[in-house]
Design a protein around this ligand. Structure first.
Ligand code: ADP
Ligand code: MG
Length: 251
C-alpha cells in the first residue's frame, strides 16, 4: 500500500534535549495507525512536525508524494492533512451547531455565494456532520456545557470541516470515561470505514489501540523503538521494557 504520509530522519531538539530523533515513519493510505510511547517520548512533538506547527531541525516529510517539510500549516490543511489537539480547541460559549458552522464557513470559500444558498449549504453540512458524530441531540447546547467526551467529538467535527484525507489525533480519548472512549472509538471507526479517512493517532489506552489500529509505531526517548501490528507490538520485549513501571500494556 502506498504511503499517504512519509517521514524521513525527522529530528527536533529543544535546547540540549532531543525530543524527536531520526524518526522514519510511513502511514499507509486508508490505514488506522497508532503512535504509542511513554510520557515524554516525543509523540506530540512528532505531530507538531508532521502538521507543520513546528519545523524539524533535520529530516523530511512527504504527503501524497509531495514534500511538505517547509510548507505552512494552512497549505498542509489545503492538501488534506488536519489535526486535533490534546486539549480541545473549540468555542465553549457557542453551541455545537454554531461551532461547526463557523468552521465550515472558514473551511469553504463561500464569499461569492448568494446569502440564502450559503446559509442552506452551511445548515445542511452542519446537520450531516452532527449525524456522523452522533451529536444531533447536543446540537443546540453550549459546547462549554457538554461532557468532556462530547467536546472532543466536536473538536473532531471541526477538523472534519476541512475535509481531510489524513487526520492526526493527539490522544483522542484522553480524560474520557469508558463509555465516552467506546463511543469515540465507534465514531472514528465509522469515519474510517464510510469516508475512507486515514487516521494517525497518539493513544495511551492500549485497549483503544488494539480495538482499532492496523499498525503501531512505538516511540521512546524520541526514537522509533518498534513498528508492527498491534499483536507484534504487544509481544515485543523492547516495548515491554520501555513501559516498565507504566500500566499501559495492561489493557
Ligand atoms: P509526548 O507527547 O510523547 O509525551 P512531547 O513531544 O510532548 O512528548 O515531549 C517530548 C520531550 O520534549 C519532553 O521531554 C518534553 O518535556 C520536551 N518538550 C516538548 N515541548 C517542548 C518545548 N516547547 N520546549 C522544551 N521542551 C519541550
Ligand atoms: Mg503528548
Amino acid at each position: 500500500m502506498r504511503p499517504i504520509l512519509r517521514a524521513e530522519g525527522l529530528s527536533k531538539a529543544f535546547g540540549r534535549l532531543l525530543a524527536v530523533s531520526g524518526v522514519n515513519l510511513e502511514v499507509a493510505a486508508g490505514s488506522i495507525h497508532a503512535i504509542i510511547g511513554p510520557n515524554g517520548a516525543g509523540k506530540s512533538t512528532l505531530f507538531d512536525l508532521l502538521s507543520g506547527a513546528k519545523r524539524p531541525d533535520k529530516g523530511r516529510v512527504y504527503f501524497l508524494d509531495k514534500e511538505i517539510t517547509h510548507i505552512a500549516v494552512e497549505e498542509r490543511i489545503r492538501l488534506g492533512l488536519s489535526r486535533t489537539f490534546q486539549v480541545p480547541q473549540v468555542f465553549t460559549n457557542l453551541t455545537v451547531r454554531e461551532n461547526l458552522i463557523i468552521a465550515l464557513e472558514a473551511a469553504h470559500s463561500l464569499s461569492s455565494y448568494p446569502w440564502p444558498r450559503k446559509t442552506r449549504f452551511l445548515e445542511e453540512e452542519a446537520s450531516a456532520l452532527l449525524e456522523r458524530l452522533g451529536l444531533e441531540e447536543q446540537a443546540s447546547r453550549l459546547v462549554g456545557e457538554l461532557a468532556h467526551g462530547d467536546q472532543r467529538l466536536v473538536e473532531i467535527g471541526l477538523a472534519l470541516c476541512l475535509r481531510p484525507k489524513l487526520l492526526l489525533l493527539d490522544e483522542p480519548t484522553a480524560g474520557m470515561s469508558d463509555a465516552e472512549t467506546w463511543r469515540t472509538v465507534q465514531t472514528l471507526k465509522s469515519l474510517h470505514r464510510e469516508e475512507g479517512l486515514t487516521l494517525l493517532f497518539i493513544e495511551h489506552d492500549m485497549a483503544v489501540v488494539f480495538g482499532i489500529a492496523d499498525r503501531v509505531t512505538v516511540l521512546h526517548l524520541g526514537e522509533v523503538l518498534a513498528e508492527g501490528t498491534p499483536d507484534e507490538i504487544a509481544k515485543d520485549e523492547k516495548v515491554q521494557a520501555a513501559y516498565l513501571g507504566e500500566e499501559v500494556m495492561a489493557g
